[in-house]
Design a protein around this ligand. Structure first.
Ligand SMILES: Cc1ncc(COP(=O)(O)O)c(C=O)c1O
Length: 429
């Protein structure tokens, strides 16, 4: 920062006024107007520098302006930026091959590309709907009942109509009801509640339709980085297998290295289970809007057939080139190991700061949360910003820390030094 206590914000304030005059107010007032970045740092239009421990909400895996990423996107832009899906491109094919291999998905697995996390989940939910219709005793046969999709309380899957229907937070869901029917919420982490939800199938007149799918995150990111217990995840997998339901794991936030494995479902401490469908987005292309799903095995992979789904930009070669560059750098520079080590350093360092505001810390790899002992996360986030550190208030008393996967030990120490100084007497939000 130019000056930690009185940052210069004149140009940022002018641009913020201009922003509010032309943008629909769905995001609130922007905190700053940013201009450029390099590595884990970003600068606003007044020249103030910030260490970014949010990375565009777990997106900028390689930080800002990574030379390999810039080169790959530039070269692809100079060749072909977009084709329709009447045609294919080599980067798109190579990316699908790589993702299937990194996910350890079996022979016959497939990828569908989308442009965001919500769109990835739309594809997964459409797949689950179509699958549900094919189950015995399910709609649309005479006298049958519609198949159900089970989602978890506190889960977040996006804001499009389908993804929103599986998103728990009533404040963002209720104004748009009625949403997609036959999606039910089951208490997150409660194996008994999940067993009960499955058991409601086929109880004669009072029973419900079969369960087509369970959709869940392994770490509930937007709820405040809350991991599900491995035993619970394994039991949900078991129930899905017993009842022929699909297990959809939403790895939009956790996927592509963020938790220290390529995908969180590969972590033993988060369940170590085989999903039927995995959705991904955010970090996969390190800043290029891209997402998608991986369907595991030939049966699940053939549910969506020609004409049943699609999108103009799906598998766009620019996005595919950005994603391939991202995966290459993660592999070449052993970033998964860095994620594991820096995450440990961060979690240990947070409690060692002795800041009386900090109650606990949780997370995996570089998806972490500091739990505050008071609901002052927004105030704390603003204080950090004024002192050169970008973090995010994921819940009223939770600060989320999700730096780029390239973050160094010195940068973690730098962030810890700022976090240590957050005043314990901040006002509540
Ligand atoms: C787990 C999860 N799923 C889905 C989404 C929606 O992704 P997008 O904002 O790209 O639509 C998010 C976004 O935060 C997410 O965290």
């Amino acid at each position: 920062m130019n000056d930690a206590t009185t940052p210069q914000r004149q140009r940022s304030d002018e641009w913020t006024d201009a922003y509010t005059r032309v943008h629909m107010n769905v995001f609130g007032t922007p905190l700053r107007v940013l201009d450029h970045g390099k590595g884990c740092h970003v600068w606003d239009v007044d020249g103030n520098q910030y260490l970014d421990f949010l990375a565009g909400i777990a997106v900028n895996a390689l930080g800002y302006a990574h030379p390999d990423w810039v080169k790959a996107v530039g070269e692809q832009a100079a060749k072909v930026a977009h084709t329709s899906n009447y045609f294919a491109t080599v980067p798109q094919i190579e990316l699908a091959q790589r993702l299937i291999a990194l996910a350890g998905a079996p022979e016959g697995s497939r990828v569908y590309f989308a442009n965001s996390g919500a769109e990835a989940n739309e594809a997964a939910l459409k797949l689950a709907k179509k699958y549900g219709g094919s189950l015995p005793d399910a709609w649309p046969h005479m006298g049958d009942k519609p198949a159900r999709i089970l989602a978890l309380t506190h889960g977040f899957h996006g804001r499009t109509m389908g993804a929103l229907s599986a998103t728990w937070k009533p404040a963002i869901r209720k104004p748009f009801e009625p949403l997609v029917p036959n999606i039910e919420f089951v208490a997150a982490g409660d194996a008994g509640a999940m067993r009960d939800a499955f058991a409601q199938t086929g109880l004669g007149h009072y029973g419900k339709g079969p369960v087509a799918a369970v959709i869940m995150e392994l770490v509930q990111g937007e709820a405040g980085v809350v991991p599900l217990k491995a035993d619970y995840v394994r039991e949900v997998r078991e129930l899905c297998t017993q009842h022929d339901a699909l297990l959809i794991i939403d790895e939009v936030q956790t996927g592509v290295g963020r938790t220290g494995e390529w995908f969180a479902f590969q972590r033993e401490d988060l369940g170590g289970v085989a999903p039927d469908v995995v959705s991904f987005a955010k970090g996969v292309a390190s800043g290029f809007p891209m997402g998608g799903i991986i369907t595991f095995g030939p049966k699940t992979s053939s549910i969506l057939d020609p004409g049943s789904h699609g999108s103009t930009f799906a598998g766009n070669p620019l996005g595919a080139a950005a994603a391939l560059a991202t995966l290459n750098v993660i592999e070449r520079d052993s970033l998964l190991a860095n994620v594991e080590e820096r995450g440990k350093q961060l979690r240990e360092g947070i409690m060692a700061t002795g800041n009386p505001l900090f109650a606990s810390v949780r997370g995996s790899g570089l998806l972490n949360a500091v739990v505050l002992n008071r609901p002052c996360a927004h105030e704390a986030m603003r204080w950090c910003l004024d002192h050169g550190l970008i973090v995010n208030a994921a819940a009223p008393s939770v600060l989320r820390l999700a730096p780029p996967l390239i973050v160094t030990a010195d940068q973690v120490d730098e962030a810890l030094a700022i976090l240590a100084r957050i005043p314990a007497d901040l006002d509540n939000d």
